[in-house]
Design a protein around this ligand. Structure first.
Ligand SMILES: NC(=O)C1=CN([C@@H]2O[C@H](COP(=O)(O)OP(=O)(O)OC[C@H]3O[C@@H](n4cnc5c(N)ncnc54)[C@H](O)[C@@H]3O)[C@@H](O)[C@H]2O)[C@@H](O)CC1
Ligand SMILES: [K+]
Length: 470
């Protein structure tokens, strides 16, 4: 049925942890015999290395909280002082926990109160990390406000005030130029306000094992060399079920995107059976139904421009009952009859998701995971941060994208890209992840003024970029 000649491969991607899983991973390492103080020493040393690379030399103000994030801060202060920086420390009060208190005792210099501390060229924010559970207190908020606009800001683990589980901001966190994240990225670096306020994120390995993480960032796919003996069917055959007359533009965009994403042959199936005007093949509904029995067919893309009527419903029921992988979007989502045999990728935006699966609530990731587990389909919730879940629980978040992609027809293009990757034999979860990354990269390359029609034409540059690293 499927060819197995995918142009791309895609790795699992960097782990994205919530604070509870991070603590569990740290506790596991402590259980294996590494003292918490050693983890903190590693964290501080890694932060010092990152700061020396990012900002070699200068005056430093380290803002220390009373918890372990503050403990990291004292270690950073000591390390930067040894490295020749002029370091001052301001603290909210004595450290209340271990190993932070031990680390604080190693800082032999003066400690200023937070209120009144003057900014420096380099401001190290070690007030709160993953332990923040309440709104930022007034004194901490005031010092962050006073620092704003005055120096290069380095956040220790995460900008103080960002909820590491959700990326939500309490109060007004200070935007970081660089965040040194310990052990792994946290969800709060990738989501919501946290994504914008984290700046560049460097992951510091502190010897904590995060290999089991179920939620990961979508990484850049890798382009494989095509064998010379490739022919068009071995590169994947996609059938796009077109909308009705007057709505055909959406299907055409999907088909074009599938071709540009590397499918060898793309057939647009619809009532018209018009003469081909370009590289896209055109067939009638009857001919299309016959194609479903062709072993060379690799994937079906259905939904863009599709009307909620008898024709649309018949097509949807037919393809879901087959065993050719299906990507369903737009019109198909509005009339999904249930879930059939076919490996399936659903690509709803928020409104479509809510109609299909119910309200989302504050836990967007949990909602997408539940939708995938309940439906047996890979579910891809489109948005500024696209969330993709496999029925087996693997979950990915894509932040490699640009706001210019929020434009009419952009989703039709994504459907075509995913269709092409499915047709090449990529597993549905991988096709969805790689597809959304390619789409996002095209958006970044397109910039302001981008329209959906431009996206397929940007894909050759996206692939070239993957091969050359540019
Ligand atoms: N656990 C470990 O093994 C490691 C932890 N590390 C650091 O430890 C941090 C987490 O430390 P903590 O759990 O101590 O938490 P934080 O230092 O993030 O927060 C400090 C404490 O303040 C309290 N708190 C929360 N919100 C508050 C608010 N709004 N007002 C007043 N108090 C509030 C909490 O009880 C929390 O324990 C990480 O972000 C990381 O920087 C690193 O040293 C690496 C190793
Ligand atoms: K911090």
């Amino acid at each position: 049925m499927m060819t197995s000649n995918s142009l791309l491969t895609i790795a699992a991607g960097p782990a994205l942890l919530d604070p509870a899983s991070m603590r569990a991973a740290e506790n596991a390492e402590i259980g294996r015999g590494t003292p918490a103080l050693v983890l903190m020493e590693r964290a501080a040393a890694a932060a010092v290395r990152a700061i020396r690379m990012f900002a070699p030399g200068g005056t430093v103000l380290v803002l220390c909280g009373r918890g372990n994030n503050g403990g990291d801060g004292y270690g950073v202060a000591a390390g930067l002082k040894v490295a020749g920086y002029a370091v001052r420390v301001a603290a909210a009060g004595p450290a209340t926990s271990e190993p932070a208190a031990t680390m604080a005792a190693r800082w032999k210099g003066p400690v200023e109160p937070l209120d009144g501390a003057a900014p420096a060229a380099i401001i190290v924010d070690a007030l709160f990390g993953t332990g923040l559970t309440r709104p930022l207190p007034e004194i901490e908020q005031a010092v962050l406000d006073r620092m704003r606009g005055h120096g290069l800001v380095i956040a220790i683990d995460i900008a103080s005030g960002i909820d590491a589980a959700t990326g939500g901001a309490s109060g007004r966190p200070l935007a970081a130029d660089l965040t040194v994240a310990f052990g792994a990225m946290k969800l709060g670096h990738a989501l919501g306000a946290g994504r914008a306020l984290s700046g560049r994120v460097v992951i510091a390995d502190i010897g904590v094992d995060v290999a089991d993480a179920r939620v990961r960032l979508v990484p850049a796919p890798v382009v494989r060399a095509m064998p010379a003996a490739t022919h068009k069917y071995s590169r994947g055959a996609v059938m796009v079920v077109e909308g009705d007359a007057g709505r055909g533009g959406a299907g055409r965009l999907t088909a074009l995107a599938a071709l540009r994403a590397g499918a060898g042959v793309v057939t647009l199936v619809g009532p018209g059976n018009r003469a081909p005007a370009d590289a896209i093949m055109r067939r009638s509904d009857d001919e299309g139904r016959a194609m479903l029995g062709d072993a060379r067919l690799g994937a079906v893309a259905i939904g863009p421009g599709l009307a909620d009527d008898a024709r649309g419903r018949d097509w949807l029921a037919l393809v879901l009952a087959g065993d050719v992988p299906v990507v369903a979007d737009a019109g198909a989502l509005a009339m999904l009859p249930g879930f059939g045999r076919a490996p399936l990728v659903l690509t709803p935006h928020e409104g479509e998701f809510v109609r299909l699966f119910g309200a989302i609530g504050p836990d967007r990731i949990g909602a997408v995971r539940a939708a995938a587990a309940g439906s047996g389909a890979v579910v891809l919730l489109k948005g500024a941060e696209t969330i993709i879940a496999d029925p087996d629980g693997r979950t990915a978040i894509n932040i490699h994208a640009a706001p210019w992609l929020a434009t009419a027809g952009s989703g039709d293009v994504l459907t075509g890209i995913i269709g092409a990757l499915l047709a090449q034999g990529m597993a549905p979860f991988d096709a969805a992840r790689a597809g959304v990354w390619l789409h996002g990269d095209a958006g970044l390359r397109g910039g302001p003024g981008l329209i959906a029609d431009d996206i397929p034409g940007l894909l050759p540059a996206v692939f070239a970029g993957l091969e050359t690293g540019r």
